[in-house]
Design a protein around this ligand. Sequence first.
Ligand SMILES: Nc1ncnc2c1ncn2[C@@H]1O[C@H](COP(=O)(O)OP(=O)(O)OP(=O)(O)O)[C@@H](O)[C@H]1O
Length: 262
Amino acid sequence: MTKLNTTDLSIGYEKKIVVNDITVEIPAGKITSLIGPNGSGKSTFLKALARILEPAKGEVLIDNENVQRLDTKAVAQKIASLSQGSSPVSGLTVAEIVAYGRYPYQKGFSGLKEPDHQLIRWALEATNLTKLQDRTLTTLSGGQQQRVWIAMALAQDTDILILDEPITFLDPAHQLEILELLQTINRQGKTILMTIHDLNHASRFSDYLLGMKQGELLFQGPPKEIFTAEKLLNLFDIQATFATLPNSDKPIVMAYNLVKEQ
Ligand SMILES: Nc1ncnc2c1ncn2[C@@H]1O[C@H](COP(=O)(O)OP(=O)(O)OP(=O)(O)O)[C@@H](O)[C@H]1O
């Protein structure tokens, strides 16, 4: 299983550092969710892990190799990453977009081989898109489009999937559909790291949580350890009360109040 970790990682835009000195190992074979307020640096951190942004300091290591020393295709064979609100590509069909997931494995102009087609078919089936494969992306609903991007990442057949807000803009049923899909993929042996704003979904579907605020990693651990009044107050400035999900040991947030300045 591919190991992904960072050492003293700081990332910035121009000269402004927005992610500060993070040393963390993403648990292999688990689902990890990165939670934290808007603007805390979550997307920036994920982009550096996927080698989309270059660190200002420190390192991102895939199997102990600095990602900056690996070429794009080598990284893309280890990590598939989906950014926030991937923009629709006009004119391409669902199957054509999913086929792009095989790009990191193609040599020159050799084209797709049977094993590539098998993976594309599997990715379309896993995301329930087989019937929609000849439709162009722009004719699909937001939720269906989201599934297409996930299918493309699946076709990439990497050990690690990094997803920035994979369920934003989806209705409750489609949110669950995507999260259950990620759970199934995880059980097939893939490491998943995602950002998610819904705390209850984060708890229910994650083995591990990372809490980020103002570019700092405040805490990490399983949901049971993270969902305490003190930690959520610290992270989000909210007062939370908790319950437990039925038939599970996963905590959920029952209700919360804003902490208002006096
Ligand atoms: N391309 C950019 N150029 C300059 N500053 C940026 C850029 N992208 C993000 N930032 C800044 O970096 C900081 C962290 O942003 P980032 O998008 O990583 O936060 P986030 O935790 O993912 O937020 P959200 O939950 O709202 O998606 C913010 O202050 C943001 O304004």
